[in-house]
Design a protein around this ligand. Structure first.
Ligand code: 9D3
Length: 233
């Protein structure tokens, strides 16, 4: 799968994808991440990408022109398996279902918003989707683009080790968070690992894990339990 990123900070992406699972996926030729500087598609001496909002208001907006030219250069033709996504604070919330949908594409082009926003004609007439990664304010779309690429890339065939790849995972198996997990030592600073996990009774372990997952979900993500309505707890 090819990920394209259009940004005014291409250097930002040197870091995030040069480690671990994503780096190995690149080296194995499973994914390609092509980062391009939006200023390539400016024509003036100052390589202007931003301008003041019509009607007044604080700050600057990314101009439509360079963004349209960037997308039209990267995708000479639009196809069903090539998607254009605008990362913006106003977007629809990105989630695991959307990550899975994107993982079925051949190419994904991510436009990173900046400043106070982006000329609305990009969302209306260029991007297929306008996506936010959550209800908090960032300074731009670059971190969000890195989040989307990471979440999508790990779902691609061969990217994770075969331990995980076979699992048809959702965000949380059966709508619950993962159960608490422990590794050695069995006692750390006086805090003991639950005895049942040390005893090798796999039936008892399964029951403990299910109950612990329910309790943790109720405490940290009660919203997930409400979405499970009708399902036995
Ligand atoms: C609160 C919205 N706007 C009020 C004037 C300002 C604004 C805030 C943040 C405009 C742009 C931005 C920059 N953020 C992003 O481009 C962004 C973002 C985010 O802020 N939160 C979650 N996901 C994303 S994806 C892109």
């Amino acid at each position: 799968m090819i990920f394209h990123v259009v940004t005014i900070f291409p250097e930002f992406f040197r870091g995030p994808f040069e480690h671990g699972v994503i780096q190995r996926a690149k080296e194995a030729g499973l994914i390609e991440i092509r980062v391009q500087d939006l200023r390539i598609w400016t024509h003036d001496r100052h390589r202007t990408v931003d301008d003041r909002p019509f009607g007044g208001g604080e700050g600057m907006l990314l101009k439509a022109g360079p963004i349209f030219e960037a997308v039209e250069a990267i995708y000479p033709a639009r196809r069903e398996n090539r998607r254009v996504v605008l990362l913006s604070a106003q977007g629809k919330k990105f989630d695991q279902a959307l990550a899975r949908e994107y993982s079925g594409l051949e190419e994904l082009l991510l436009i990173c918003g900046r400043y106070e926003g982006v000329d609305e004609r990009v969302a209306q007439h260029l991007a297929d989707d306008e996506i936010s990664i959550g209800d908090y304010v960032l300074t731009g779309g670059e971190l969000a683009a890195a989040v989307v690429i990471d979440a999508v890339a790990r779902l691609l065939e061969g990217v994770l080790g075969n331990e995980n790849s076979a699992v048809a995972e959702s965000f949380s198996q059966n709508g619950l968070l993962d159960c608490p997990q422990y590794t050695r030592p069995a006692e750390f600073r006086g805090w003991k690992v639950p005895e049942v996990l040390l005893e090798g009774n796999h039936d008892a372990i399964r029951k403990w894990r299910k109950q612990a997952a329910r309790e943790k979900t109720a405490r940290l993500r009660p919203d997930l339990l409400e979405m499970r309505e009708g399902k036995p707890i």
